[in-house]
Design a protein around this ligand. Structure first.
Ligand code: ZN
Ligand code: ZN
Length: 664
């Protein structure tokens, strides 16, 4: 299940990759079965609709830690007719449109996903890290290999503006790598725009304050995004080789509304983003919305038709990752069938209802009338977004010794986390804890909650079998808290009917008063009896969503277009969301700008340090102009020198260099 995106990075943005031709044949009628029929194999057996491993990714297995089938891949061959449970202990259940894999040992089901679509989504999210270089021949279908740049291209001087020029050796096309401000003549305004963007200035105010036109402003946002992305990639590309030690990571999701259309035809697009934050440093690893700006809806529809996807179950489709018009129509029909509460004549209501239900991400998010597909770019099924996110993390943290996850209570997050980190959970280098928090407590409820917790905690400390001896080192309270949780774990484990994995099915209440997360529950998903009560207590005490939720709140406060939380959409239905984005592409750009600003520039008032410094990724102080002035040409020169050296030493070990990006 390790990912090796470098080898295949050329197809990251391409929907129709070479594998299509094979799949196309299989989908036309049942060619595969016909052949088997002719060769005398069981005529009635059909291959089970479980996707095969794709580039070392297989997420379809039992996701119950400790189960004999945990992390065991299902057999893909034809099932025996008349028997629905395969010899591998898996059974396919559910209707064609939502088939699941059921484990015979533990009885747990999980939705079947396309490994290929997860790989594509992983590549999209991690694209800045892997794009082999900006040195890609612009001629469509040219066979030059961008992974061997010195063989594929030749240097071709510089343009008058200072861009590096290259020529393709096979088709003679020329292309250039511009410096950071080649097209940014009023570059002094860039820093100002950057600061306004992360200080809650609405776009129409930035236009006034910075005295630029709207087209110029959009151009500058694109530029700032590109610089942020290039800069962060240049540093994060080192992460996979770094052992960050023992990390506690927390994942949650946030939803956004994008306005669309005119005042007479109000339509909205709802996008979801997932982010994972490091507890200790606050560093955000990945923050992506379910939107692929590099694809076009028409291309997605063409691929859907060409692959015959209409006749396949969702997980076997070539276009499994993207929302197609057929998916949209089906989702509308399903929503209508569920008979949502009647809206009072406004389109926005239905959207709000569906959003407030906040369906799990195990399956694709639902759509209703009033929502629409974006016209530029393609919306990604949110379940695939989450799987891609965890494979991105898996890559970044592959040298990190121990990763312990806290997840919001969402079966989609859990399934995706175990899909990517299942083997590490099995090998005890990853732990998974689900966290449930009462998010909407009023101030009064919160106060009462804390007061109650203080009292019951004091009673629990007094009732400990072994009293905590005061050492006066300032950690007495922490030792007492861990001892109380350990005592609770001992009690639960003794009362559990399950001999080994006693905490897996238990929601255990946090007994410690906690101002930021009152009324918190933990579910220790990866409990396999391998941690003693004290160590399990320590793990649970470290499990929190606070770092990621704090950052989400900061995004709402800092970026005008994300101001309104989606949960208040219903209340605000009559006011068109004036600061919401009008172009869905803007959501991804702004999230990345925010992520980079938050990780590399924002200094916490607590210790005066940036998240990157606390994580040990920043070697010195990073300034705004390091990011805005980041010069991809320098990285290209380094890449070129490394490739030339590799060639000279006759090694074939060209590896993708950091900081190179084909996005611009
Ligand atoms: Zn199982
Ligand atoms: Zn070429």
């Amino acid at each position: 299940m390790t990912s090796d995106p470098v080898a295949a990075s050329t197809d990251w943005a391409v929907l129709v990759v070479s594998e299509h031709s094979e799949n196309l044949e299989l989908s036309r009628g049942t060619v595969g079965n016909t052949i088997k029929h002719l060769t005398g194999e069981r005529p009635v057996s059909k291959p089970r609709a479980i996707p095969e491993v794709y580039r070392n990714i297989q997420v379809n297995f039992c996701k119950q830690p400790g189960c004999p089938n945990f992390c065991v891949e299902p057999q893909l061959g034809p099932g025996r007719p008349g028997r629905r449970v395969g010899s591998d202990g898996y059974k396919l259940t559910g209707a064609k449109a939502e088939s699941a894999l059921k484990c015979r040992y533990c009885g747990v089901e999980s939705r079947i996903k396309s490994n290929r679509a997860i790989y594509q989504e992983f590549q999209r999210q991690a694209a800045p890290l892997f794009a082999p270089s900006p040195l890609i021949c612009p001629t469509e279908g040219c066979l030059s290999d961008p992974r061997k740049p010195t063989k594929a291209f030749q240097k071709f001087g510089k343009s008058t503006a200072g861009a590096l020029r290259f020529r393709c050796r096979s088709c003679k096309a020329t292309f250039s790598v511009p410096g950071p401000t080649t097209r940014q003549r009023r570059s002094r305004a860039n820093a100002l725009v950057f600061r306004h963007l992360v200080n809650k200035s609405p776009l129409n105010r930035i236009v006034e304050l910075c005295q630029v036109s709207f087209p110029t402003l959009y151009d500058k946002i694109r530029f700032i995004h590109r610089q942020c992305s290039l800069f962060a990639a240049s540093r994060e590309a080192r992460l996979p080789e770094i052992d960050l030690g023992r990390r506690y990571l927390c994942t949650d999701r946030q939803d956004y509304i994008v306005n669309w259309g005119s005042r007479t035809n109000r339509k909205t697009i709802q996008l979801t983003a997932v982010a994972t934050a490091d507890r200790e440093s606050g560093y955000l690893f990945g923050f992506n919305p379910n939107f692929d700006a590099s694809l076009h809806q028409d291309a997605a529809e063409a691929a859907w038709l060409a692959a015959g996807d209409a006749d396949k179950p969702p997980q076997m489709r070539d276009t499994a990752r993207v929302w197609t018009r057929a998916d949209y129509a089906q989702s509308l029909a399903r929503a209508a069938g569920k008979r949502l509460p009647a809206p009072d004549g406004r389109k926005g209501d239905e959207v709000a209802i569906v959003i407030e239900q906040r369906a799990d991400l195990e399956a694709a998010e639902a759509m209703v009338e009033g929502q629409q597909l974006p016209s530029h770019g393609v919306q990604i099924h949110a379940d695939y977004l989450v799987h891609g996110h965890y494979h991105h993390l898996r890559h970044l943290l592959r040298s990190t010794k121990q990763v312990n996850f806290s997840l919001d209570e969402d079966s989609g997050l859990l399934s995706a986390c175990l899909g990517a980190f299942g083997d590490r959970v099995r090998d005890r280098t990853a732990e998974v804890v689900q966290v449930r928090i009462a998010k909407e407590l009023s101030i009064d409820d919160r106060r009462k909650e804390i007061a109650d917790a203080r009292r019951s905690f004091a009673a629990a400390v007094a009732a400990l079998p072994k009293p905590i001896r005061a050492k006066g080192d300032g950690l007495d309270d922490h030792r007492a808290a861990t001892a109380v949780v350990a005592e609770e774990i001992r009690r639960l484990r003794e009362a559990s009917p399950d001999r080994d994995r006693k905490l897996q099915g238990v929601w255990m209440r946090n007994p410690i008063p906690d101002l930021s997360e009152p009324r918190k529950f933990w579910r220790y998903v990866s409990d396999d009896g391998h941690l003693d009560n004290h160590d399990a207590a320590f793990l649970l005490r470290m499990s929190t969503l606070w770092p990621v939720d704090k950052t989400f709140a900061m995004l709402r406060r800092r970026i005008a277009m994300f101001e309104r939380p989606v949960s208040s959409v219903r209340r605000a239905r009559r006011s068109w969301q004036i600061y919401a984005a009008y172009d869905p592409r803007m959501v991804g750009q702004m999230l990345e700008i925010f992520r980079v600003w938050h990780n590399w520039l924002w200094r916490s008032p607590r210790d005066g340090m940036t998240a990157a410094e606390r994580l040990g990724l920043a070697t010195g102080q990073v300034r705004e102009d390091h990011i805005l002035g980041y010069d991809v040409r320098a990285a290209v020169e380094r890449l070129w020198a490394a490739a030339a050296e590799a060639e000279a030493s006759n090694r074939d070990g060209y590896t993708a260099a950091a900081a190179l990006n084909i996005l611009s």
